[in-house]
Ligand binder design. Structure first.
Ligand SMILES: Cc1ncc(COP(=O)(O)O)c(C=O)c1O
Length: 432
């Protein structure tokens, strides 16, 4: 097993965060999301301490809430001095209702509605990442009407190809996100931000993509952004106080993924590059902001299911069908993302079969994975999928009117419900 939260106990059961997953399945039912609080804390601290050490005291981590937005996460990360980015009124209100400090939030998202902008200003969010000129006009005019000043960072497209999946690559010229440098539009964007009322331009933002294992795209992106900043300083006399370099450090889902990203040494390399660039370009060193999502929560999550059936098709495929699937984890259907599967009640046995783990929805593409090594499975077994903390619960749906699973947080071996299992009554509430 590739992450520290997992072990096998004396009963041969898979443990997660010190808790027996087979007993958790009995206690709470399945499917069930599990989150290891200590692992989240550990990863927040790696980011926080490395950024303070190599960037500056004023550097900050903005946890990308889209990876997992539930009240309990905001309570955990705020204690670790981690800020958060939110991309919708839903994420914003989840944070606020958890008691999270509004000024630590940044409102993101590539199509903010007037309602979201007004709510963010009313609650007093700390900043906005602005995606385009239409949005800049809207924020300026709503802030003016409300007698407020919006602190904004401009999202700039660095035109970087970070060799990740097309669907999670965001920094290329042809992207729905941000404003490109090459076409001259980014310069106009800065001019506009400096000229409009009720805006305080505090810096720039960029994000090249997700599930990136190499440091080179980040170094290239820093280079491009600092050269752009220097150009703007010369032309417009403006230097950014902050530079947000996005999220996206890769996470190991299976043994096939590259080696674990060393977050601290990446931050050190980025800091060294930043020092060289500032010296070469004679520009003030901005405070660096980062927006990790999956690299904070992915490895801190697991999902457990009950096996419903095992179907062999001749000698060429075995389907192990579980009581969840694309409704609680759509990532294989979306991206062919690979996961590791384990029969939790047979965890000490050898994985002697290769199976496709299928969900219960009426879609052939409803798979958790294909060709997954697995212990021989039978109806009633508990099947665990590891590294599901990011983009699982947050991407879950009610397709086929399947209720979303409960989410249980485990800390030091004791478990608590952080999100209740949905009921049929809950799903029917909005039907008239
Ligand atoms: C702008 C932005 N920042 C941060 C992230 C977080 O990326 P990851 O979860 O891969 O760290 C994303 C992911 O989509 C993003 O679009």
């Amino acid at each position: 097993m590739i992450h520290p939260s997992y072990d096998i106990n004396a009963d041969g059961h898979l443990t997660f965060a010190g808790a027996d997953t087979v007993l958790l399945a009995k206690k709470y039912g399945t499917p069930l999301y599990l989150i290891d609080e200590n692992e989240i804390v550990r990863r927040c601290r790696i980011y926080r301490s490395a950024m303070k050490k190599y960037f500056s005291e004023e550097s900050a981590v903005y946890y990308a809430s889209k990876a997992l937005s539930i009240k309990e996460i905001y309570r955990i990360i705020e204690k670790e001095d981690v800020n958060a980015d939110v991309v919708s009124l839903g994420e914003l209100c989840t944070a606020i209702s958890a008691g999270y400090t509004p000024s630590r939030l940044c409102l993101h998202g590539n199509n903010k509605t007037d309602e979201e902008i007004s709510a963010a200003l009313r609650y007093g969010v700390g900043s906005f990442v602005v995606e385009c000129t239409d949005e800049l006009y809207a924020i300026s005019s709503i802030a003016s009407e409300m007698g407020k000043v919006a602190r904004v960072l401009l999202r700039i497209t660095p035109n970087i190809d970070c060799h990740t999946l097309e669907a999670i690559s965001t920094g290329k010229l042809d992207s729905k996100f941000g404003v490109p440098i090459e076409t001259g539009q980014a310069e106009d964007f800065v001019k506009l931000a400096l000229s409009l009322p009720s805006l305080d331009l505090i810096g720039y933002h960029c994000h090249c993509g997700s599930q990136v294992f190499e440091i080179e795209p980040y170094l290239d992106q820093l280079d491009i952004m600092m050269r752009f900043a220097s150009d703007m300083k010369k032309k417009l006399g403006y230097s950014p106080k902050y530079l947000n370099i996005g999220g996206g450090f890769g996470v190991r889902y299976t043994d096939e993924d590259s080696v674990e990203v060393n977050i601290e040494s990446n931050i050190k390399l980025l800091s060294e590059k930043l020092s060289l660039l500032c010296a070469e370009l004679s520009i003030e060193r901005p405070h660096i902001l980062m927006e990790p999502g999956r690299s904070i929560v992915a490895s801190a999550g697991a999902t457990i299911y009950t096996v419903g059936s095992v179907k062999k098709i001749g000698d060429f495929r075995t389907y192990v069908t579980v009581d969840g699937g694309m409704t609680d984890n759509p990532r294989y259907a979306l991206y062919k993302s690979r996961y590791e599967a384990i029969i939790a009640n047979k965890a000490s046995l050898e994985k002697d079969t290769v199976c496709s783990v299928a969900g219960r929805c009426c879609e052939s593409g409803d798979l958790i994975g294909e060709d997954m090594p697995l212990q021989s499975a039978e109806r009633g077994d508990i099947l665990a999928i590891t590294v599901t903390g990011a983009y699982n619960y947050s991407m879950a749906s009610n397709y086929n009117r399947v209720p979303r699973p409960a989410l249980v947080v485990i800390k030091d071996g004791s478990d608590r419900v952080a999100v209740k299992r949905e009921t049929i009554e809950y799903m029917l509430e909005n039907d008239v």
